[in-house]
Design a protein around this ligand. Structure first.
Ligand code: ADP
Length: 448
């Protein structure tokens, strides 16, 4: 694979700026693509070149493969970084770029396909020695659903094989609920993903969400960079992420990390990946693998000192991994708060113009955001407008710092989720790290 000289960033918002910063530091030329609604975006201003790829609707711009390939041709970009979301896990996009001789900064199209279908992902994970949630062997049809559910034991969760964003998931508490839950899950899956195939899993009552960051060079070398605990969720959307997990000790971390790294070696996986688990009573249960950079990657960067975007670009250019497993050292603790342009209680989107903006600073503070005073948040996209990442030597120090930093952060003119984090940072359960994936929903309901 040839060295990369110009990267087109096929994304928007904070992640486009994040990737742009890596390009600048590495001395690689950058191309921003944007919709007409994003002409004023920070990453568009800072990129070496920019190309407008269509109207506001994502389907016609950030998801428009033809326009993006044309933008590569026009600018002579020899590689594409897809960020997260949009085309980042689209195997067809990876195939088309390859056919045009453009490097996709990510895994092979085959690996994206393998992990994009949850049934084949789970079968693959199992065959590679990764522990999985007990459940159906493959697809569940309405006629044999009850029998399979009895075999697994109640409650069971019915999930869409093409699933994402928590859609197409239905719970059946007992035998009488199976038929309806399967029908509802199939219907929602067909409507959301154009594929009504569903499978069944044992429903775990009080798990934590713990995910392992992996990296492979595509040649059979792979490492893990520890875990992130993303248990604080609302409607299956992560809100607060931390590394390390307050629930794991170093022995558990290295054990599950090594299982994942070993699986990636066998698979000859290339680039960044995240293996997601539910964790309950000391056991890990695989739920899915994401074949891209995650929103919450900065907490891993904070505790390892490794720039994951550098590493992605390095691997994509054929230079291999910059570190061996023995060289990976975990230092301190990091927490990320997702700042959304939303009401902090109802989570209703709050687009509009930011009148005042002041980002916090000081030791151990990182803000990844493309917004500024006077910036108008367009209503067409995801409401994530920034991420606050705080690092400290211990979890306690990290929480002390986070409290200070939240008080310093000013975003006026719109509603944001900042006040929610001000409440959370003083909550006894959060302070002690004692929470599961349902904790935040219960907390929000109780304090409504
Ligand atoms: P998606 O791709 O739609 O996000 P996931 O398989 O990653 O679907 O699951 C999303 C969330 O749903 C998990 O983070 C967890 O909160 C919940 N979940 C998934 N599988 C189970 C299960 N077997 N038991 C309990 N909760 C689950």
């Amino acid at each position: 694979m040839p060295a990369i000289s110009k990267i087109l960033i096929a994304n928007r918002g904070e992640i486009a700026l994040r990737v742009l910063r890596a390009c600048k530091e590495l001395g690689i030329a950058s191309v921003a693509v944007h919709s007409t609604a994003d002409a004023d975006a920070m990453h568009v201003r800072l990129a070496d070149e920019s190309v407008c790829i269509g109207p506001p609707s994502s389907r016609d711009s950030y998801l428009n493969i033809h326009q993006i390939v044309a933008a590569c041709e026009i600018t002579g970009a020899d590689a594409v970084h897809p960020g997260y979301g949009f085309l980042s896990e689209n195997s067809k996009f990876a195939d088309i770029l390859e056919a045009h001789g453009i490097t996709f900064i990510g895994p092979t199209a085959d690996h994206i396909r393998l992990m994009g279908d949850k049934i084949t992902a789970k079968e693959t994970a199992k065959s590679l020695g990764i522990p999985v949630v007990p459940g159906s062997d493959g697809e569940v049809k309405p006629e044999n659903a009850l029998e399979i559910a009895r075999g697994i034991g109640f409650p069971v969760l019915i999930k869409a094989t093409a699933g994402g964003g928590g859609r197409g998931m239905k719970l059946a508490m007992n035998e009488s609920e199976v038929e309806e839950a399967v029908a509802a899950a199939r219907q929602e899956a067909a409507a959301s993903f154009g594929n009504d195939a569903v499978y069944m899993e044992k429903y775990l009552g009080q798990p934590r969400h713990i995910e392992i960051q992996v990296f492979g060079d595509g040649e059979g070398n792979a490492i893990h960079l520890g875990e992130r605990d993303c248990s604080l969720q609302r409607r299956h959307q992560k809100v607060w992420e931390e590394a390390n997990s307050p629930a794991l000790d170093n022995e558990q971390r290295m054990k599950i990390g090594e299982i994942c790294a070993d699986a990636m070696r066998k698979l000859k996986y290339r680039g960044a990946g995240t293996i997601e688990f539910l964790y309950e009573n000391g056991e890990f249960y695989f739920i899915e693998m994401n074949t891209r950079l995650q929103v919450e990657h900065p907490v891993t960067e904070a505790i390892t000192g490794i720039d994951l975007v550098y590493e992605q670009i390095r691997v994509a250019s054929g230079a291999g991994l910059s570190v061996t497993q023995d060289e990976v050292v975990f230092r301190g603790h990091a927490i990320e708060c997702r700042i959304n342009a939303e009401d902090p209680r109802t989570f209703t989107p709050s687009p509009g113009t930011i009148t005042h903006y002041h980002a916090p600073g000081g030791l151990g503070v990182r803000v990844d955001s493309g917004v500024y005073a006077g910036y108008k948040i367009p209503p067409y996209y995801d409401s994530l407008i920034g991420k606050l990442i705080v690092h400290g030597r211990t979890r306690e120090e990290c929480m002390m710092r986070l409290r200070r930093v939240l008080d310093e952060f000013v975003i006026d003119g719109i509603k944001t989720t900042l006040p929610l984090f001000q409440d959370l940072v003083d909550n006894p359960s959060i302070k002690s790290g004692d929470y599961d994936i349902h904790w935040l929903e219960h907390y929000l309901a109780d304090s409504a």
